[in-house]
Design a protein around this ligand. Structure first.
Ligand SMILES: Cc1cc2nc3c(=O)[nH]c(=O)nc-3n(C[C@H](O)[C@H](O)[C@H](O)COP(=O)(O)O)c2cc1C
Length: 157
């Protein structure tokens, strides 16, 4: 089984999650940052697409990756996850909106895996936008949900 984990990230949380997941999957696994290159997803049995949420939307690189790789995605077993700081219904709505409906319908795994903010790393505009969340760093990555993604992917074999 050959698996691609295609992720976008602004500050590294989604990248950390992608690598955490990669270490827990059997077979050949590639974790690739899809921000710069026009990544192609042909030739994988399973593809996990992952991205962070900013102002209610998934990073644009994720939307582009899904558009460009529609056929390869529809041929593969697909898992989707988002990194974000909301939880509950709001996070589910963000997950629903993050991927195109054809991909959401095709995906066998869909998860919200939490997120993190390290204030000193944020650009000034981002710092301004998140001022409402307070003065401390936040780290709420749901490693248990990532474990669940790994287990579910193994079941799909
Ligand atoms: C400027 C800014 C806007 C954000 N907007 C949202 C949001 O609308 N909804 C949400 O659930 N999380 C939001 N977050 C939290 C991020 O999704 C979270 O920090 C995530 O872990 C970032 O992942 P990354 O480091 O891979 O870019 C925001 C964070 C920042 C810094």
């Amino acid at each position: 089984m050959k698996t691609l984990i295609a992720y976008a990230t602004r500050y590294g949380t989604t990248e950390e999650c992608a690598h955490y997941l990669a270490e827990r999957l059997p077979g050949e696994v590639e974790a690739r940052d899809i921000r710069r290159k026009r990544e192609r997803a042909e030739g994988f049995d399973a593809i996990v697409v992952a991205g962070p949420i900013y102002a209610g939307r998934v990073m644009r690189a994720v939307e582009r990756f899904c558009e460009v790789n529609r056929e390869a995605l529809l041929r593969a077993k697909v898992g989707l996850f988002i990194c974000c700081l909301y939880s509950g219904e709001r996070a589910q709505a963000e997950l629903e909106a993050a991927f195109p409906p054809w991909l959401t319908a095709h995906a066998r795994i869909r998860k919200v895996v939490g997120g993190a903010i390290e204030l000193k790393r944020l650009t000034l505009p981002d710092r301004f936008l998140v001022r409402a969340v307070g003065d401390s760093d936040i780290r709420r990555i749901r490693f248990d949900e990532l474990d669940a993604v790994a287990e579910a992917l193994k079941e799909l074999r």
